[in-house]
Design a protein around this ligand. Structure first.
Ligand SMILES: Cc1cc2nc3c(=O)[nH]c(=O)nc-3n(C[C@H](O)[C@H](O)[C@H](O)COP(=O)(O)OP(=O)(O)OC[C@H]3O[C@@H](n4cnc5c(N)ncnc54)[C@H](O)[C@@H]3O)c2cc1C
Length: 482
């Protein structure tokens, strides 16, 4: 492979081809530590043309390419799966971090053109600097890249109001598996000229093309906001409160997050900035946020009245409204703290699932006793984006169990939870995607018609099987090229 590496180094700056294990370590270790990766090199191209040239060189040498953004994904999608690449002479990780420019902000058109390696938080800031909002918001926003967000169709906390990443993009530039540059940087809201090619790359996790730039939708920057935490007895009350607030506040409601009692306990125990918000601990907590063109005072008034109505209807036990930015941050810290705190409680088995809102309470009512019966002492910790039906139904290990022994039950619990999800017409893959982690599950749970269409797409767009081998779909032997 030395010939390939030499050619790569000639093509790009030698700083752009990392082979030393110290330099490559952070790119090859994935965020959940589930998969170990090795690669011939980590490649850091600085332009779309360099991405395209790298792909062409990889075609010549039959090398697989793993596109990578901030490497914060939760399903192993940006890691190297060697077992799926027997048809190849090796793989490289191609990280987009050097394509990190905001190319243009057009406040009148409510759009922003960005390169794919821009960190999400920088995009949010660039929009705010032009008095606009880019509403995608998630815990990893300080390190994930917009290319990764689009490739994984990220969800996050504002999906209730603004949709997932797919809904926030008008155009894309993509380097195809043939090493060609597709300029689909459409800035139009209406454009029905042919098949919507853009859609193929959104959520396809780097298996159909490499996103190098995007046209993003912007929204009016909110003038004010209001945030509250409520305490209540059960998920059905949480859903009743959500329905009431949504009816009364309309699209001002941007976030509605649910956290179980155990999640709050974990956060308060392990994360310095987290404090129990109520004198009497509650079974369930719901974080609500409004924003919009009104002032914060007006939105707080709107939320207070809506919550008072819910209180009168006995839907909730407690409510606290943030009176300052510090208090708002303290409420959000609890939600973010749940994610961080779980690792202090040993191993956890996670489920990123999606359900129709009408079924969430029944699902939780069945799932909690089912997992406790399967393994006495297991500590379920459900939380998530209630507003759009996305639950993280996570299970922490029993206190006195060995972590590896607990993780041996991963498949068994997945099957239990995902079967239950299927009974309620839900999805076993809500916002994190398929990657490596859920590939077999996708094979099991998709209809033959869906699988055939997905395979045909992959075959049509990447016939050599070079792009992100082994992610989403298992590898199929490449067809000969004529
Ligand atoms: C603390 C924390 C909180 C999180 N919260 C959320 C959340 O609320 N909602 C949510 O949806 N996710 C969440 N995530 C998961 C993760 O941040 C998102 O999936 C994010 O979109 C991944 O972006 P990334 O740049 O890190 O992509 P990576 O992890 O680098 O890659 C993700 C996938 O996209 C592909 N890819 C990356 N860049 C490109 C590109 N330019 N072109 C083609 N393919 C590409 C990769 O091959 C891989 O398959 C969270 C993660 C953490 C660590």
């Amino acid at each position: 492979m030395q010939a390939f590496l030499n050619a790569l180094t000639n093509l790009l700056d030698h700083h752009a081809v990392l082979t030393d294990t110290v330099d490559t370590a952070s790119y090859l270790q994935e965020s959940r530590n589930l998969y170990k990766s090795t690669a011939l090199a980590v490649v850091l191209p600085a332009s779309t043309a360099e991405v395209a040239a790298t792909v062409k060189l990889c075609i010549e040498h039959n090398i697989g390419i793993v596109p990578q953004g901030g490497n914060t994904g939760r399903v192993g999608g940006a890691s190297v799966d060697e077992s799926s690449a027997r048809h190849l002479n090796g793989q490289v990780v191609l990280n987009l971090q050097r394509l990190n420019k905001v190319l243009a902000v057009d406040p009148l058109n409510f759009t922003m053109n960005v390169q794919a390696g821009c960190v999400l938080a920088n995009i949010q800031q660039a929009a705010a600097d032009s008095d606009r909002l880019f509403p995608l918001r998630l815990g990893a926003e300080g390190s994930c890249q917009i290319g990764g967000n689009l490739a994984s169709n990220a969800g996050g906390t504002n999906a209730l109001r603004y949709g997932s990443a797919r809904d926030l993009v008008l155009g894309l530039e993509v380097v195809t598996a043939d090493g060609e540059i597709w300029n689909g940087m459409n800035r139009l809201r209406k454009n029905n000229a042919g098949y919507p090619l853009r859609e193929l790359f959104l959520g396809s996790e780097g298996t159909l093309g490499i996103i190098t730039a995007a046209v993003l939708k912007l929204f009016p920057a909110p003038s004010g906001s209001a945030t509250a935490m409520v305490g209540l007895d059960s998920p059905s009350y949480a859903l009743a409160v959500l329905a009431e607030i949504r009816s009364r506040c309309g699209d001002n409601l941007t976030a509605c997050e649910i956290i179980c009692r155990r999640g709050i306990e974990f956060a308060c125990q392990h994360i310095e900035r987290c404090r129990e918000p109520f004198e009497t601990p509650q079974e369930w907590y719901v974080l609500l946020e409004l924003d919009g063109p009104q002032s914060s005072e007006a939105l707080q008034q709107q939320l207070t009245e809506a919550l008072a109505y819910c209180g009168d209807q006995n839907l909730l036990n407690e409510a606290v409204l943030a009176g300052s930015e510090t208090q708002r941050a303290a409420l959000w810290a609890l939600r973010e703290g749940v994610v961080e705190a779980q690792r202090f409680e040993g191993a956890s088995i996670k489920h990123d699932i999606s359900l129709p809102l009408t079924s969430i309470a029944n699902f939780i009512a069945l799932a909690l006793p089912a997992v406790e019966e399967r393994m006495p002492g297991v500590r379920p910790c459900p939380f998530g984006h209630l507003g759009d039906g996305n639950l993280h139904f996570n299970l922490s290990q029993p206190v006195d169990m060995n972590s590896d022994e607990f993780l041996d039950h991963w498949q068994e619990f997945n099957q239990l939870i995902h079967n239950l999800v299927a009974r309620f017409d839900g999805s076993f893959a809500a916002e994190h995607g398929i990657g490596r982690l859920k590939r077999d599950e996708l094979m099991l749970r998709s209809s033959p018609v869906s699988l055939a269409m997905m395979r045909n797409l992959k075959q049509a767009l990447d016939p050599r099987g070079l792009l992100n081998p082994g992610k989403v779909l298992p590898p199929t032997p490449p067809q000969s090229q004529h």
